[in-house]
Each structure stands twice: as structure tokens, then as C-alpha cells.
Design a protein around this ligand. Structure first.
Ligand code: EPU
Length: 419
């Protein structure tokens, strides 16, 4: 098992070009399964989750190859409709293939997906929506079989009880080649939804309203191939900015999606960092001793503060002057990183969905283990701001979402080694 050895306590500085978005790439790769023609995806991050998606595509009969940040996907031979349990377990986004396989073949067999353990992550909204679009669904010992009578889903009016990102994506994937119009009310508004829709439109889909809470999809008969560039990863961006904020120093983030990162930036700015944002660049300077954030930091669906940036911002605030309060409203169990931060000297009290972070003047290195993707990244942020050396295990979690993490950190002058 690999580990990161991180020696902290020195300021960071440098320029970093942001990777393509993990949470866009995965549904977009599923979408490449639909219709005909080859998809060429530029800025496709080389991550273990992206390789898992590639294995699923190949297992369904697609030809998918990834090299030098470009994925090429040819769905011509994609006759398969079953994803084996071992592939389903590799990541949460395997569930996104359900809508796409149904759209392509009219039937699919999957199982409950794996992914980060952030509390219960049911798929009831996905299944209820697909049922409304004509799928018969049965669950036998955890294997979920879906079948559409006549082979083609039909449009439907669907109101989600919560703007779930994954359920919105699955509905879109099933609806783009369905017969008739689908309306998704209370849809997720995350930028990655817009990226998926942008990709599908480039292939000939008829989708309107993404980015708002009602999305209207008119099913088309065919989709064609296209070349598409995946949006930058706003959460990886938030992670590297938090890192420099925590350790002190200055950095320029290039290929940044500035508008999409705004809900995070507006909170980070309250810590006293100097931030300038241009069209696709973000400059940050930090003296290394942040101010606590006065307002409660509430994670909310976009355009609220992103749950995926909660842990990395918390890691930056553990050494801030004063007390910051987080409220996690998306997942039930997204404070697992706090145990490691406390081991490093942080003063954090978790009470249900609230975490109270009382700033301490110093952190020290420790032996800690990443328990999920963003929690693991948060531990690295804290380690770079801590005195001494940290041994961080469980880094397979970090490799799921951060492309060449140690290279990026080293480019900023951080002392990190993979052993
Ligand atoms: N939920 C249900 N039933 C459902 C679907 C969701 O109860 O059928 C609940 C979930 O349990 C959760 C909430 O709704 O409490 C939000 O879940 P959502 O469906 O929006 O999340 P997701 O699609 O599973 C994506 C990202 C997550 C990100 C969330 C929220 C991908 C691959 N994953 O997950 O990213 O935290 O949206 O923005 O896009 C990460 O990158 O580290 C990560 C976990």
C-alpha cells in the first residue's frame, strides 16, 4: 500500500494548471455510450475512477482508450447491458451507466455502486425516475434488473424530492434518446450537469434549461460523434487554493473555472487571503495565519457552498484565529477526516451535522489514514501546514480524484513523496 510522506511548515508558491473535472468526466464517459460515432474527450483526467469508467465501457463492448489526457470512445460494438458486480463496486458513478445503457439497449443489469463512504447513499430517486420513463425494475439479491417494454424509454415529467446530481444525470442520459419530452423539476444545478448537457448537445441532443432547476429534454432518434473538452475540476481547484491558504504563500491557478468556483472563493476570501480572479485564472496570496470564517459554512446544492470542498476548507481553518462553524447538509457522514486532524493537534467538535473548529496556533505531523477522497485531500492540506512530517496512508482514495497529486503539490514547492 502506497503512502505520502509530507513535511509541512513551509510556504507554497507557484503556478498550477488545473486538471479536467472528475465529476464531469464520469457521466460524460457514460454518455459516450449512447448513439453512434466516436467521442474524443480532451482534458480527460487520468484518475483511477476514470480508468474504472473505461473498464465498464470496454466490458459493455465499447472501444475506450485513454492516453495523454485524451479519451477516445467508440460505442459501435456496445451490445452489452450488464455491469459485473466487481466493476460496480469500484466507484459510485458506475450507477450513471444505468440511464445510458437503458437508453442504448432498453435493458440493463447493475448492482448497488461503491464509492466514498459518506453515509447512506441510496439510489431510490434514480430508480423512481427511470420507472416513470417506462422501466420495469426488480432487485434480486442486490442485482438490479431494468427492462423497458418495447425497448425505448418515453418522456415523463419528473419532480425530484432533492436536487440529486446523480439522479439528474441518469434521467438526462435516459431521456436524450427516449420518445418525447422529459421535464426534470428540482433538477441539480451543478456545473458538471451543464458540462454533461453541453457534451450531449455537441452530439445532437435537444436539452434546454440546464443550470436552472427545470431541465427539458426532447428525445432524438440519433446522436453522433464529437470532440469535446471537459471543464476544469473546481473541487481540485478548491483543494490547491486551500493548501496555499493554509501553508501561506502565493499561487496562480490556471485553467480555472472561476464563475463555478465562486461559492467557494467567496468564503475563502473571508479568511483574509488576497484573491484576484480573471477569466480563467485565480491568484491567491496568504500570510499563513487565516482568520476564522464568521458566518456558518453551510454545504448546499449548487450554487451553495460545495460539500466536496468542506473538508479541505476545514483543514485550512484549523489553524485560523477564532472559531469557524461548518454545517454539512448533503451527506450524513462527511466528517470522517476530523479524527486525523484532531490527531494532528486540531480542536474540532462534531455534533451531528455541525462541526465547531476552534483555531489552534500549530499543528504537528502524525501517522494518519485517508478514509475518503476529499477527507484524504484535507489531511494533505493540514500536513503541509503542520510542523514536522506526516505519514498519510490510504492514498488510493486521493488517486481516485486528483491527477498526479504529488506532482501538483511539488510544483507548488510542497515537500511530498510517494513511497
Ligand atoms: N440521495 C438519495 N437518493 C438518491 C440519490 C441521492 O437519498 O437516489 C441523497 C444522497 O444520499 C445524498 C444527497 O442525496 O445525501 C446528494 O446526493 P447526490 O445524488 O446529489 O450525489 P451523487 O450524485 O452521489 C455527486 C458527486 C459527489 C458530490 C455530490 C453532491 C459525482 C461522481 N459525485 O454525488 O462527489 O459530493 O454529487 O454534490 O459526481 C466527490 O467528488 O468527492 C463526491 C463525493
Amino acid at each position: 500500500m502506497q503512502e505520502f510522506i509530507i513535511t509541512g511548515g513551509r510556504p507554497l508558491s507557484g503556478e498550477l494548471t488545473l486538471q479536467g473535472s472528475k465529476n464531469s468526466s464520469l457521466p460524460i464517459m457514460a454518455a459516450a455510450l449512447l448513439g453512434g460515432g466516436e467521442t474524443v474527450l480532451k482534458s480527460c483526467p487520468e484518475l483511477t475512477d476514470v480508468y474504472s469508467a473505461s473498464r465498464i465501457l470496454n466490458c459493455l463492448g465499447c472501444k475506450c482508450s485513454i492516453s495523454d489526457g485524451t479519451a477516445v470512445i467508440d460505442p459501435a460494438g456496445a451490445e452489452g447491458s450488464e455491469i459485473p458486480e466487481n466493476l460496480m463496486r469500484e466507484m459510485r458513478s458506475s450507477i450513471m451507466f444505468m440511464g445510458a445503457i437503458l437508453g442504448r439497449t432498453g435493458e440493463c443489469t447493475v448492482s448497488i455502486p461503491g464509492g466514498c463512504e459518506l453515509g447512506p447513499r441510496p439510489i431510490d430517486m434514480h430508480l423512481a425516475a427511470l420507472k416513470k420513463m417506462g422501466a420495469d425494475i426488480s432487485d434480486k439479491g442486490g442485482r438490479i434488473r431494468c427492462r423497458i417494454n418495447g425497448g425505448r424509454a418515453h418522456g415523463a415529467r419528473i419532480t425530484l424530492p432533492f436536487p440529486s446530481v446523480g439522479a439528474t444525470e441518469n434521467i438526462i442520459l435516459c431521456a436524450v434518446t427516449a420518445g418525447g419530452e422529459t421535464i426534470v423539476n428540482n433538477a441539480a444545478r451543478e456545473p458538471e450537469i451543464c458540462d454533461l448537457c453541453g457534451f450531449l448537445r455537441a452530439r445532437g441532443a435537444d436539452i434546454k434549461g440546464d443550470g436552472g432547476s427545470s431541465i427539458v429534454i426532447n428525445g432524438v432518434e440519433e446522436l453522433h460523434g464529437c470532440e469535446y473538452t471537459i471543464m476544469p475540476d473546481r473541487i481540485a481547484g478548491a483543494t490547491y487554493l486551500s493548501m496555499t491558504a493554509a501553508a501561506g504563500g502565493e499561487m496562480i491557478l490556471k485553467n480555472a473555472c472561476v464563475a463555478e468556483t465562486e461559492p467557494f472563493l467567496s468564503v475563502l476570501e473571508q479568511t483574509g487571503c488576497t484573491i484576484y480572479a480573471g477569466r480563467d485564472k485565480i491568484y491567491l496570496r496568504s500570510c499563513g495565519r487565516l482568520r476564522a470564517v464568521r458566518e456558518r459554512i453551510r454545504t448546499m446544492p449548487h450554487p451553495g457552498f460545495p460539500t466536496d470542498a468542506q473538508a479541505v476548507l476545514m483543514a485550512a481553518l484549523v489553524r485560523a484565529e477564532g472559531t469557524s462553524v461548518f454545517e454539512e447538509n448533503i451527506f450524513d457522514c462527511r466528517y470522517r477526516h476530523t479524527a486525523a486532524l484532531i490527531k494532528m493537534g486540531a480542536d474540532i467538535e462534531v455534533m451531528g451535522k455541525v462541526a465547531v473548529v476552534r483555531g489552534v496556533s500549530r499543528l504537528h505531523g502524525a501517522e494518519i489514514e485517508a478514509t475518503d477522497l476529499r477527507g484524504g485531500a484535507a489531511m494533505a492540506v493540514a500536513a503541509l501546514a503542520a510542523e514536522g512530517t506526516t505519514r498519510l496512508s490510504g492514498i488510493a482514495h486521493i488517486d481516485r480524484g486528483y491527477e498526479k497529486f504529488e506532482e501538483a503539490v511539488s510544483r507548488l514547492g510542497g515537500d511530498i513523496r510517494r513511497v
